[in-house]
Ligand binder design. Structure first.
Ligand code: SAM
Length: 211
């Protein structure tokens, strides 16, 4: 099968970097990442880097996708909200993990392209175009929320849409670099854990950066 070897090698590198969740590793071995990059960049799709997808946005580094998914711990049939559909690659990895996925993208042509690609691959999901910092209240609460763009602060509206026991993974910091942060909703409070520093394009919107 096309690109199977580079995909397997990517998964081996992920294991060496500490990704141990077997569902995440299996999902990333299945998803054809080369179909989510821009035409002409397929040969770089499995390299250790983020790649441009147009509109000043990127498909995240394979390690970033793996780490965020591992920290989120999507369970089969768990309801997951993704903010920042981008190329649709992270969405495909979540769907391969068995998530029921709701995903929001603010740039219409990216949303359209990702929707078409994910549908061509046979995935079922809900996608809308708009400001994801407002969440998607119609389907709340969620078992997990993953924000794939850098936020200036923890987004309050999104955290309110998390179920008790639910997990929210979000990079928080400046526009230059962020700390990947995990929030777990407990009965009366939110538990916060810092995971590791990463660098994302900005989360733009009412509860993000103003542009
Ligand atoms: N998850 C994506 C993937 O797998 O390709 C990577 C996403 S890229 C690093 C960040 C995305 O977040 C961009 O597509 C950007 O347009 C989107 N974004 C930024 N602010 C947003 C917002 N308020 N609502 C929804 N999407 C947003």
């Amino acid at each position: 099968m096309i690109y199977q070897r580079p995909r397997r090698e990517m998964v081996e590198r992920l294991k060496h970097r500490g990704i141990h969740d077997k569902h995440v590793l299996a999902a990333m071995e299945r998803v054809p990442r080369h179909l989510f990059v821009q035409p002409g960049m397929e040969f770089q799709a499995y390299d250790e880097k983020a790649l441009p997808i147009g509109f000043e946005q990127t498909i995240s580094h394979p390690y970033t996708v793996a780490l965020m998914t591992q920290v989120l711990q999507p369970e089969a049939s768990g309801k997951i909200l993704e903010i920042g559909t981008g190329s649709g690659y992270q969405a495909a990895v979540l769907l391969e993990c068995g998530a029921r996925l709701f995903t929001v993208e603010r740039i219409p042509p990216l949303a359209d392209r990702a929707k078409k690609k994910l549908e061509e691959l046979g995935y079922r999901f809900m996608l809308k175009t708009g400001d994801g910092t407002m969440g998607w209240p119609a389907y709340a609460p969620y078992d997990g929320i993953i924000i794939t763009a850098g936020a200036p602060v923890s987004p309050p509206t999104l955290l309110h849409q998390l179920k008790e026991g639910g997990r929210c993974v979000v990079p928080i910091g400046s526009e230059k670099g962020q700390m990947l942060t995990l929030f777990i909703r407990e009965k009366e409070s939110l538990r916060k854990m810092e995971i590791e520093p990463l660098s994302f394009v900005p989360l733009i919107g009412k509860h993000g950066w103003q542009k």
